[in-house]
Design a binder for this molecule. Structure first.
Ligand SMILES: Cc1ncc(COP(=O)(O)O)c(C=O)c1O
Length: 371
């Protein structure tokens, strides 16, 4: 299906990258990195030049999110997946409660379940539904996912938790674009290859003093084995010196810093406003066409970072996605593989422009209505 469909020239987006991560890194940022010549790439990450970029990025993140002054921006290698293990090993006492609404939140739960001394509990909804986290009595850790990238569900509310409990948020695909009240959050972490338009293999973890204290307390527990590379204390100590425990990809930090600067020029309010405008465009379009439907029924849970839109079974979403990729005009709009739906999943990240999304809606409409 769709083999003979050709995208008209006037509808060709200025950038084909609509994926939900790795996402669109601006070509200007790549060119800017090339212009740094001998100064960054291939130099020591413990020296001034790189540490200055790290520091600028950490301070930029603090400014963007208007973080409370005693919160820290902790960084390291490995990305969100590695953090799931690092969190289980070094931040949870015994009883985490996980709120699960898709593949990524489920993977975090499963990672913690593998640790013999943890007793994770789970509140789970069918994929496609949303769930807001709540404090559960007896839990020392509440785990939730800001934006479930596999289904396109976002959180709409966060609970208050008591002093002996941490609220942790996997913000990987929502960070920067879905606003939260940081005073409620103890650990807010993300890999930067989504809204923050960098590469993978790296994490940013925004920690409250309570989370730092918990990490330090668990680190002193000699009965608990934590591999060196998973130690929060190493990550915290190095981050305080604008470094990572082991060698990072400097380009990843560079791109992240460029994106933080770009978004700071507008400020979080304006970035979020634009994200909502793009989400309105996509869901409005899906509602206006008989052959489309937003996958997430409850509006408050419909993501403003990742749009999931079902296509009538008469047409094959995968075939269209493949045809558009083969023409080099639209990349990576396929559904999450394991979800197995006839669906488009589209990144509404900051660098994906409203104009290009508008063109994408016109391309899909034209292709389907041509059949
Ligand atoms: C919500 C969420 N959490 C965690 C991850 C895993 O991130 P990484 O592949 O950087 O480890 C992803 C990746 O897409 C994600 O979307």
């Amino acid at each position: 299906m769709f083999e003979s469909f050709k995208v008209p020239k006037n509808l060709t987006p200025s950038d084909p990258r609509f994926g939900v991560g790795p996402s669109l890194i601006p070509i200007e940022a790549v060119e800017k990195l090339a212009k740094t010549g001998h100064e960054l790439l291939g130099t020591s990450h413990r020296r001034e030049a790189v540490r200055k970029v790290v520091q600028e990025m950490q301070e930029g993140i603090k400014a963007y999110f208007k973080l409370p002054t005693d919160y820290e921006v902790v960084i390291g290698n490995g990305g969100a997946t590695l953090l799931w293990d690092m969190i289980g090993l070094g931040l949870i006492e015994k009883n985490p409660h996980h709120f699960v609404c898709g593949e990524f939140s489920d993977k975090w739960f499963r990672a913690n379940k593998n640790i013999p001394w943890l007793q994770p509990e789970i509140s789970k909804v069918d994929f496609g539904k949303g769930i807001n986290p709540e404090y559960k009595k007896g839990s020392d850790f509440i785990a939730c996912t800001l934006n479930e990238t596999s289904t396109g569900v976002m959180l709409s509310e966060l609970p208050d938790v008591p002093q002996d409990c941490l609220l942790a948020i996997d913000a990987t695909s929502g960070a920067g674009q879905i606003k939260i009240d940081f005073k409620k959050s103890d650990l807010y972490y993300f890999s930067p290859q989504k809204v923050f338009a960098s590469e993978g293999g790296f994490y940013v973890a925004i920690m409250s003093p309570k989370a730092i204290e918990r990490a330090q307390k668990i680190a002193k527990d000699s009965s608990r084995f934590i591999p060196e590379s998973f130690k929060w204390t190493h990550a915290i100590d190095n981050s305080r010196q604008n470094q990572t425990y082991n060698t990072p990809a400097i380009s990843t930090i560079f791109f992240l810093n460029e994106q933080v600067k770009l978004m700071n020029k507008l400020g979080e309010e304006a970035v979020v406003k634009e994200a909502k405008r793009k989400a309105d465009l996509m869901y409005g379009w899906a509602n206006s066409k008989s052959y489309l439907k937003p996958f997430i029924e409850e509006e408050k849970f419909r993501s403003i970072a990742v749009a999931t839109i079902d296509l009538d079974e008469k047409f094959k979403a995968d075939d269209l996605a493949q045809s558009l990729r083969a023409q080099g005009v639209v990349y990576d709009i396929d559904a999450y593989r394991k979800l197995g739906r006839n669906q488009f999943r589209i990144g509404l990240f900051h660098n994906v422009s409203y104009e290009n999304l508008e063109k994408l809606t016109q391309i899909i409409s034209l292709a389907v209505e041509d059949q």
